[in-house]
Design a protein around this ligand. Structure first.
Ligand SMILES: [Fe+2]
Ligand SMILES: [Fe+2]
Length: 327
């Protein structure tokens, strides 16, 4: 199957003067670990389990993430992206718990999910992990396989990313930054094979006139998170973007809202937006639960990008919008 070369101009959001609207949700950490067995925890997952028991099970509330979805349903969204960390320690039971939340959001065609480090806490079999979200994770040129892939999750992720999903005027380009990081670390790394494929993908002629939005779980800006949580090979990503930059980079992982520019050379930079967790109970800035709505339109062959931040107010039980920010 080939990638669509032109977006469908009859589709909502695809007309020159009409905005395409998409929502970003990140780090829901929706699942609970009540069903975890001692055998499940006989590895690095034990640390994650303790963290859930002590803190995370109170910090992340599924109810808040469900309020976000209910509000988004009223807001005419053309596409949804979830930028990783949907689970705590990547157990199969967690993947199944999260699948029902994904179904609430939208169909796989309208919802793009990328992996976070918590979803690959230790390497697992694909059929016992990401297989449960597979339709949301495939690129446009990847047909849904008839049978479950009997491979380990890390190799499968490194094979299937980067990929592209073209929706309206936007090319969503997804990367996987997850690997089975050592104990006490939540670092990210993009494999060399992915970096090489990204350089080729960005040059595809069918993407030339589209607005390219790169999705990655780990922050791409230096010093945004502590060393034990950072993207190890950020420089390689910058180098891959020098010839063909993208219009926007979105990430999660830090659990705090973030807006910056990534300098790719002396003259050019790319806007970077990081979303906070969409399920956090925290009312402290910048850690409040959040979702973002981006608007993209083209005028005089120029892309105009902006976003609006919706932050959770515990007293009102609602996500409240900020004013629109241009990118
Ligand atoms: Fe997270
Ligand atoms: Fe993360």
């Amino acid at each position: 199957m080939t990638i669509n070369s032109n977006y469908d101009t009859t589709k909502k959001g695809a007309h020159a003067n009409e905005s395409f609207r998409f929502a970003q949700l990140s780090d829901p950490h929706l699942s609970h670990l009540k069903n975890a067995s001692a055998l499940d925890l006989f590895n690095k997952r034990f640390l994650g389990y303790l963290s859930w028991l002590k803190k995370r099970r109170n910090t992340h509330q599924r109810e808040i993430a469900e309020i976000a979805i209910a509000q988004l349903k009223q807001q005419h969204i053309d596409h949804y992206v979830v930028t990783g960390d949907l689970t705590h320690i990547g157990l199969e039971d967690e993947f199944k718990q999260v699948a029902s939340w994904l179904e609430q959001i939208s169909t796989p065609d309208n919802l793009t999910v990328i992996p976070g480090n918590h979803d690959l806490y230790v390497n697992a079999r694909w059929e016992h992990s990401f297989h449960h979200w597979q339709p949301y994770m495939l690129g446009d040129d990847m047909p849904q396989p008839d049978e479950a892939l009997e491979q380990d999750a890390l190799s499968t992720l490194n094979n299937m990313y980067p990929h592209v999903r073209i929706r309206g005027p936007v090319a969503f380009i997804s990367l996987s930054s997850v690997f089975a990081a050592p104990w006490f670390k939540a670092t990210g790394k993009i494999s060399s094979a992915q970096i090489n494929k990204l350089k080729t993908l960005l040059k595809r002629p069918e993407l030339t006139n589209l607005c390219k939005v790169l999705l990655i779980h780990h922050p791409v800006s230096k010093n945004h998170v502590k060393a034990r949580k950072e993207l190890i090979n950020q420089e390689e990503l910058i180098e891959a973007l020098i010839d063909t930059p993208v219009e926007l980079i979105l990430h999660g992982h830090a659990h705090s809202r973030f807006h910056d520019r990534l300098q790719i050379d002396e003259e050019r930079s790319i806007p970077v937006v990081g979303a906070a967790s969409c399920s956090s109970i925290s009312q402290a800035q910048p850690y409040r639960a959040q979702y973002l709505i981006f608007e993209i339109r083209q005028e005089d062959k120029q892309w105009h990008l902006s976003y609006q931040d919706f932050a959770y107010d515990r007293q009102q039980g609602l996500f409240i919008n900020s004013k629109r920010t241009a990118l």
